[in-house]
Design a protein around this ligand. Sequence first.
Ligand code: GAF
Length: 395
Amino acid sequence: MTTHDEHADAASRAAALLSELTAGEPRGSWSAPGRVNLIGEHTDYNDGFVLPFAIDRRTSVVAAERSDGMLRVASTFADEPVEVALADLPDLFPGSDVPEWAAYPIGVAWAAVAASGISPTRGLDLAIASDVPVGAGLSSSAAIEGATAAALNDLWSLGFDAVALARIGRTAENDAVGAPTGIMDQMAAMLGRTDAAIFLDCRSLDTDVVDLGFAAAGLDVLVIDTGVKHSHATGGYRDRRDSCERGAHALGVPALRDVSVGDLARAQRLLDDTTFRRVRHIVTENERVRETVATLRAEGPRAIGGLLLASHASMRDDFEISVPELDTAVEVAVATGAIGARMTGGGFGGAAIALVEHAAVERVGDAVRAAFDAAGYGAPTIFTVAASEGARRDT
Ligand code: GAF
């Protein structure tokens, strides 16, 4: 749309955008964070375990009411607002031709209407701005979904709890956007806690808050965004999900959550090599998540480096979702002193995380930048993140 102060936070930019859109009085401002997954990758849609934390980069939604029954969404990352009639919402997805970015917030409205059975009539303007980098594997999508879901929950008096709102976000992602993801990102965006990760059982959706203690231990989490863009609506992500479903079917279990490390020898006899390695990643990754939780609680964050590295190796070699830029980021970070490192998120691009001594942050970042330059890769974007609060109403 028009120019915005790029240095203002997401809430101010969303408020500025809303005032360009309408003279209507803002009814409030809501926000939700992106996430880093500390460990547990591709385990969510296998009914398994994950350990994400919400980060201190957020997406904000500022809303004003309209009287004409239209839902209009505008965003600082799109040229034009997108408008749909609320009366048309129930039949809008799947198969809508709204632009992909708008399918996130409008998809949340669609899923919220379906889940609640209400028929809102007044209309809304929603202005969206974000500090979560897009395509970096930090779930900018769940941040939009979480902020929109929190806003609609209040504006339409839906009375949903955080887990119900996470489910609405996932429905939007799966059925409106068309990305066959699990529920990890939406749960992290809704339930995140300062200085803590969320240990989530993706079958029961039971959660446990796990203190991270990074700052107290003098550690920072470095995000190394490779700049290699990925999309979960296409290609590799869907293919991995299909492999997991095939593996579970061949092994006669409802989901790979039901396969233990002790079952792997039998799995190797029954499955082709590729499917076996996909299964082995999921089975061992579930173990690593549980071990990471136990290790954090018993010994603290300095003891989890080996688990992070083993997770990365499993994604690189068995699940085959890493890319050379992510491998370089991990290898160089560890070679220059990181306690542990791994790619985070769905893979095929995006970001790696490194757990680094506060005093070594510059050194590790410089070494990764130099290695990318030497390899002829595009320059990475490197920044630290802190574990933060989930979705909330800000004003
Ligand atoms: C993406 C998906 F959205 C999540 O559901 C999860 O599967 C993740 O990739 C991989 O762990 O972020």
